[in-house]
Design a protein around this ligand. Structure first.
Ligand code: 76R
Length: 279
């Protein structure tokens, strides 16, 4: 018998992501009083436990884990963790809490999201249609070359969005954002084609930062208080300031975006980060 149209797909219930990954940004503060109360052997044990827990190469480590040292005073240590299984990610949070440093490293901020393919990333056909709209003739060799290059790039771009690798850049900037729903500027009342145009303009302005800034947009509607998490990695600090400033002028940001707190941090190995924290 055929299943009725409204029946949910026949996949087994699961908390794991199938294509994309769960993502946690976790920021922790050092409680100096608690640390002072630890004996030397306890401090050594805590260090050992944390270095091991945060090691991206240990057995059972999350698919991705990045350690950084945070600039603003609210936090000292920054962690970005991704895995298909949310309990593997939770293992990091609980592992810290249950370690010798459980009351030393206190959570100061966290952000929960998932990786996804954006609805605004054009398919090869949509990309070709846009080139045509913008005046490139389909018989022009440039049209064929651009379309072929996009077709080749797209699978890699999708892979990077769903199962991202960390770029080899030393600075990370994280902030949450919403698209606003004000009576005079309501993103959610625009048509899809209006939103797609605004996002295309946004992407064009972002691409100018290729090689200097790398970005990952994770989705958090239903998962956290904001709708997206923006993670930027910079080759040098000024590029972070420049991209965020520049994009404020994109209509998609100028008119429709609002932002939460910014966490700028410097990427280090777990051992170096703990050393920087004087633990
Ligand atoms: O992913 C892609 O490369 C395709 C084009 C693209 C999409 C769909 C893109 C490109 N973004 C997309 C989606 Mn983005 N992005 C932000 C911010 O600070 C601000 O003003 C806004 C925060 C930055 C800095 C940034 C950078 N982008 C999105 C979405 C999801 C919208 C949705 O799905 O409804 C958000 C919230 C968002 C926000 N974006 C780029 C960049 C950069 C640098 C690029 C070019 C990437 C590249 O191709 O190299």
């Amino acid at each position: 018998m055929q299943r009725p149209q409204h029946a949910p797909p026949a996949t087994p219930p699961t908390i794991k992501m199938t294509e994309g990954w769960h993502c946690l940004h976790l920021y922790l503060r050092v409680n100096q009083k608690e640390w002072q109360q630890l004996a030397d052997y306890q401090r050594a044990e805590g260090l050992e436990q944390l270095t091991q827990l945060l090691d991206p190469n240990r057995e059972g480590a999350p698919k991705r884990i990045q350690t950084s040292v945070v600039s603003r005073h609210e936090a000292d240590l920054g962690l970005m963790v991704l895995d298909p299984d949310p309990l593997v990610i939770n293992g990091i949070r609980q592992g810290i809490r249950a370690s010798r440093f459980g009351s030393v490293l206190v959570p100061a901020y966290s952000f929960v999201s998932i990786t996804e393919l954006s609805e605004y990333v054009p398919s090869v056909e949509q990309y070709a249609a846009r080139l045509k709209r913008e005046g490139t003739d389909p018989s022009d060799p440039a049209f064929q070359a651009k379309t072929a290059a996009y077709e080749q790039r797209l699978p890699m771009m999708n892979q990077q969005r769903l199962q991202p690798d960390f770029p080899p850049f030393p600075i990370s900037c994280f902030y949450p954002m919403n698209k606003i729903r004000h009576p005079n500027a309501n993103w959610y009342q625009l048509s899809f084609s209006e939103r797609a145009d605004l996002m295309a303009e946004h992407a064009t302005s972002g691409i100018k930062f290729a090689g200097r800034v790398s970005q990952l947009i994770t989705a958090s509607t239903g998962f956290d208080d904001w709708e997206w998490g923006v993670t930027l990695w910079g080759r040098a600090p000024e590029h972070i300031k420049e991209i965020v400033y520049t994009m404020r002028f994109d209509r998609a940001s100028a008119r429709y975006a609002e932002f939460g707190p910014f966490y700028l941090s410097y990427i280090m190995s777990p051992a170096d980060a703990l050393k920087e924290l004087r633990l």
